[in-house]
Design a protein around this ligand. Structure first.
Ligand SMILES: NC(=O)c1ccc[n+]([C@@H]2O[C@H](COP(=O)([O-])OP(=O)(O)OC[C@H]3O[C@@H](n4cnc5c(N)ncnc54)[C@H](OP(=O)(O)O)[C@@H]3O)[C@@H](O)[C@H]2O)c1
Length: 269
């Protein structure tokens, strides 16, 4: 068969109330999948789901889930199964990125970032596993980042550790779940225009856009399409892998490299 029968698919998106997660939820809804999105506040999650239903004409529900609480994460999987009967795709996307210079970083700061970004991802996969196991197939797509796995950024060392940690988890999980027909992959976004990124200020956004070869910040749809590919039937033979979605940001070895003309004048003339 060519093409994934999305209308048969049940998709869970953590952190779907805003930003990249909302973009992922919207794309799957447009394709006809049944989507369950999460955010910490149940009312907000439901309101966003209702907005997406109006925008897409699709099937979207929202539930309140705090990834820091294991019991809450278990509820997410139970709700997805109760509403949709099965779970085919988990997009473990929710994450936080508070800036904290190392000198000022407290143990609580570290715990918070690791609890949401790393432990929360692992708990989400564990919670959805029984449903995928029963189905004999499944797709897990983690939202990691270029920060940590590929690059570093002053003020975000704990965040980078959490995002690199997701990839260590991914590789072990991919091996463990392969015999069950479940693939585990990750997208590594660069700088994507979201509410979370906007909070870093106009100056940051301007400087960041200038360092991206394709000349713009990412859109949530750029990441959503990469996630949808890794979640599709067409990606059945891909597991334990990462897909960078950064407009080429991690390619130049220096700012000079970025400033060079793409085609030498002698050739272009
Ligand atoms: N934006 C970028 O440029 C960029 C780049 C690389 C990687 N990423 C990664 O992409 C993911 C999404 O980022 P974003 O920019 O879209 O962020 P965002 O706009 O700040 O949205 C974050 C989402 O995570 C949810 N969330 C936060 N804390 C949570 C918790 N304790 N339990 C459950 N959900 C929680 C939020 O829901 P509520 O607030 O409703 O609870 C929200 O839906 C993150 O993993 C981030 O690390 C982003």
């Amino acid at each position: 068969m060519i093409g994934t029968p999305w209308s048969d698919r049940s998709v869970v998106v953590t952190g779907g109330t805003r930003g990249i997660g909302r973009g992922i939820a919207e794309l799957f809804a447009r394709r006809g999948a049944a989507v369950l999105l999460t955010g910490r506040d149940e009312a907000v999650a439901r309101a966003v789901a209702a907005e997406l239903v109006r925008a897409t004409g699709g099937r979207v529900d929202g539930v309140g889930v705090d990834l820091r609480t294991p019991a809450s994460v278990e509820t997410m999987a139970a709700e997805a199964e109760r509403r949709h009967g099965h779970i085919d795709v988990l997009c473990a996307n929710a994450g936080i990125f508070p800036e904290r210079p190392l000198r000022e970083m407290t143990a609580a700061d570290i715990d918070e970032v690791l609890a949401v970004n790393l432990r929360g991802s692992i708990l989400s996969v564990r919670a959805c596993l029984p449903a995928m196991e029963r189905a004999g197939r499944g797709r897990v797509v983690l939202t990691s980042s270029i920060t940590g796995p590929t690059t570093g950024y002053t003020g975000w060392s704990h965040y980078g550790a959490s995002k690199a940690g997701q990839l260590g988890f991914l590789r072990g999980a991919a091996l463990e779940l392969a015999p069950l027909g479940i693939t585990v992959n990750a997208v590594l976004p660069g700088n994507v225009r979201t509410e979370g990124l906007d909070a870093l200020g106009e100056d940051y956004l301007r400087r960041m856009a200038a360092s991206i070869p394709l000349g713009r910040l990412g859109e949530t749809t750029d990441v959503a399409h990469a996630v949808a590919f890794l979640a599709s039937d067409e990606a059945a033979f891909i597991t334990g892998q990462t897909l960078t979605v950064d407009g080429g940001q991690t390619v130049p070895e220096s700012l000079d490299a970025l400033a060079l003309p793409l085609v030498p004048a002698a050739v272009s003339g």
